[in-house]
Design a protein around this ligand. Structure first.
Ligand SMILES: [Zn+2]
Length: 359
């Protein structure tokens, strides 16, 4: 990079382009974190802290409420789509345009241009969101400095197409192991077939009817699906083991424990010999009826939608901070080679947030 400083006097659309042209694939965020820290330290109304490649800035005006604006600064691997390109229709193309440097640009613009917000603000810029959960910078900050993330309400500027997405579903991956006894397949009666033993598990999955609960006015859609199956020893051997990998996407009215108990219950009489929780991230309640969230929705307009996937709103929820996703990108365009964002949506997002925080 020839120029490693960010220009916060640019509007959020132009700043998005500058951020996209500053590559920051997961694990390589340091130069961008340095630039963000330097830019924020130049703003006298903010106190700036740093933990690793995570930068946190806040106002301390003694306001009645504190709002967190958070975003990850990393991207998925670049796919010949950097530097950015702005076309004649006002669409900005490039890695991270949608997920989520447009959101980060909005955060930076609010930080630079709203020195006396009506609510105290905390800006969180974190690394390693697009990779394994244990590397996630927001998780590291929550562990090392939970007080930095204190607040009444959090907005994650992840792509949500300019609509408010409340809460998120939990995701649980379970390995269901059936067992049998090996034998030569010419004398199958001498053994017992673990793959056949998985049949009741598959039948149960095929007939499972997922719930569609309504929480805070949002309808969630659960799902229980096999996402993998493995078994078999050799072409002439009766297999003694089969593993069905099941993914349960569940609405946030279930706790982690309840989700595990539910999956246990579903497969209780299916002959499963071993039940292993392989991966688990809890959901987050939308919390849209809380005053800070309700005021936000009123200010930015639109009809909130549920989030079916898992996002970091769940980390805020675990800290007792209700959180929503609200960002300019279209989530369907994230992580694609043809990733792009409409610059008009970036500018609209900046304006709505500014209006909400200065009203
Ligand atoms: Zn993202």
């Amino acid at each position: 990079m020839a120029d490693t400083s960010l220009d916060l006097t640019l509007d959020a659309a132009a700043l998005t382009a500058q951020l996209v042209d500053f590559p920051s694939e997961s694990g390589t965020e340091k130069p961008l974190a340095d630039a963000i820290e330097a830019a924020l330290r130049g703003l006298p109304h903010l106190t700036v802290d740093r933990h690793g490649n995570n930068v946190i800035a806040r106002t301390d005006l003694g306001r009645a409420e504190r709002v967190i604006l958070a975003g990850h600064i990393d991207t998925v691997p670049i796919a010949d789509n950097v530097p950015s390109r702005l076309d004649a229709d006002g669409v900005l193309w490039g890695c991270g345009t949608c997920d989520m440097k447009s959101g980060v640009a909005v955060q930076l613009r609010i930080a630079a241009t709203v020195p006396a917000p009506n609510r105290d603000l905390t800006f969180v810029f974190y690394d390693n969101e697009e990779v394994a959960a244990d590397l996630n910078g927001l998780g590291h900050v929550a562990e090392a400095h939970p007080e930095w993330l204190a607040g009444d309400f959090a907005v994650l500027l992840e792509p949500s197409d300019g609509e408010v997405e409340g809460g998120c579903q939990g995701t649980l991956r379970v390995l269901l192991r059936t067992k049998g006894e090996r034998a030569h397949s010419a004398r199958a009666w001498m053994g017992s077939n673990a793959i056949h033993a998985a049949a009741p598990v598959l039948a149960r999955l095929a007939s499972y009817e997922p719930r569609r609960p309504v929480i805070d006015g949002l309808e969630y859609r659960e799902g229980l699906n096999a996402v993998g199956i493995s078994g078999g020893v050799a072409g002439n051997v009766i297999p003694d083991e089969c593993v069905v990998t099941v993914n349960f996407r569940y609405a946030p009215d279930r706790t982690e424990q309840e989700a595990v108990a539910h999956v246990h219950e579903v497969f209780a009489d299916c002959g499963v010999e071993e039940f292993v929780v392989d991966d688990h991230s809890p959901g987050a309640l939308p919390g849209l009826s809380q005053p800070a969230a309700a005021a936000f929705i009123e200010a930015v307009g639109g009809t909130p939608r549920p989030k079916y996937g898992w996002t970091d709103v769940s980390r805020f929820s675990a800290l007792g901070v209700p959180a929503v996703n609200y960002g300019p990108g279209n989530p369907h365009l994230a992580h694609r080679r043809d990733e792009r964002v409409e610059t008009a949506k970036i500018l609209a997002g900046e304006e709505r947030l500014r209006n909400w925080l200065t009203a």
